[in-house]
Design a protein around this ligand. Structure first.
Ligand code: NAP
Length: 265
């Protein structure tokens, strides 16, 4: 069976890579792109895509679904629009693969309930790279023995949300095995606001934003006279694409929402 795919955010850094990936995959066909501009145009009319890429662009998701009948919507947009896209797709019984980060806990909870009610598969993956999933798993394992931990996530300077979805997810996974406790000196004083980073159950998360970076993270554990560093680097956006393909294929068999690729690998 050929999976009919629509992509929201097709012009973006991740979205344009996903367009290439879906187009060259034998088991998938790209049926539409969702944008907030270029209404009525086709991807072939945009300079960044080949002139034979005759895929219609819609600005209205409901119309896109009615006219092109996708099986799966891949969302690679931004934290302002991803929730509405995911919810609307589910209401139309269209499965979703979401790479966009920046959901609130309440939004995740609400989408999870809706997915269960509609029996509609949805994968929300803060990171599609297998190496990053392993980095999070290894960090969770290490935290059982070395509970003093800080997370440093590093991304390109066009990223909207901080900390990154991967940084937050790593902290949540570590929190499953680590008792909440404040780190550092009990009386420490920040002489400059934010110097100690964001606080997640006493763990600190530091967000670095610089041009030239893609997506990187270090999880640093300190113990008596020792330090363990677990690091992952995505040097380009191809690193995410095998995860995108895996999710599109897997979501076709699912009837609920899964948050994090580590739960289905
Ligand atoms: P990007 O280059 O800014 O791409 C986002 C695209 O979405 C842009 O073309 C933007 O258009 C478009 N867009 C904005 N609002 C839209 C809407 N309402 N409908 C349709 N399209 C809309 O960002 P990116 O680097 O590709 O990242 C996209 C998302 O993926 C971010 O949340 C990022 O954190 C996440 N990400 C996830 C992974 C993962 O493994 N899960 C990896 C990397 C990035 P304009 O530019 O014209 O506004």
């Amino acid at each position: 069976m050929t999976i009919r795919v629509a992509i929201a955010g097709a012009r973006g850094k991740m979205g344009s890579e996903a367009v290439k990936t879906v187009c060259k995959h034998e088991g998938m066909v790209l049926v539409a792109a969702l944008d907030y501009k270029h209404v009525g145009e086709s991807l072939s009319q945009l300079e960044m895509f080949p002139p034979n890429l005759d895929v219609p662009i819609y600005t209205n998701l409901s119309q896109l679904i009615t006219e092109t009948n996708p099986d799966v919507l891949i969302d690679l947009t931004n934290p302002h629009s991803v929730y509405e896209h995911t919810k609307e797709a589910m209401l139309h019984n269209v499965r979703t693969v979401v790479g966009t980060t920046g959901f609130t806990d309440e939004q995740l909870e609400e989408l999870s309930l809706l997915a269960r009610e509609k029996k509609c598969g949805c994968i929300i993956a803060p990171n599609f790279a297998i190496g990053a999933i392993l980095m999070m798993k290894f960090a969770k394992e290490a935290a059982k023995y070395l509970p003093h931990v800080e997370i440093i996530e590093l991304h390109h300077d066009r990223k909207l949300d901080a900390p990154s979805g991967t940084g937050k997810k790593t902290a949540q996974m570590i929190a499953e095995v680590r008792e909440a406790s404040k780190q550092g000196h009990p009386n420490e004083i920040e002489t400059m606001m934010g110097a100690r980073g964001a606080d997640f159950e006493g763990m600190r998360i530091h967000s670095v934003r610089l041009p030239g970076l893609v997506a990187h993270q270090e999880v640093i554990f300190g113990g008596d006279g020792q330090m363990l560093t677990i690091r992952h680097d995505s040097f380009n956006r191809e690193s995410f694409m095998s995860g995108v393909v895996f999710c599109v294929e897997t979501v076709m068999t699912m009837e609920e929402l899964v948050y994090g690729l580590e739960n289905i690998l």
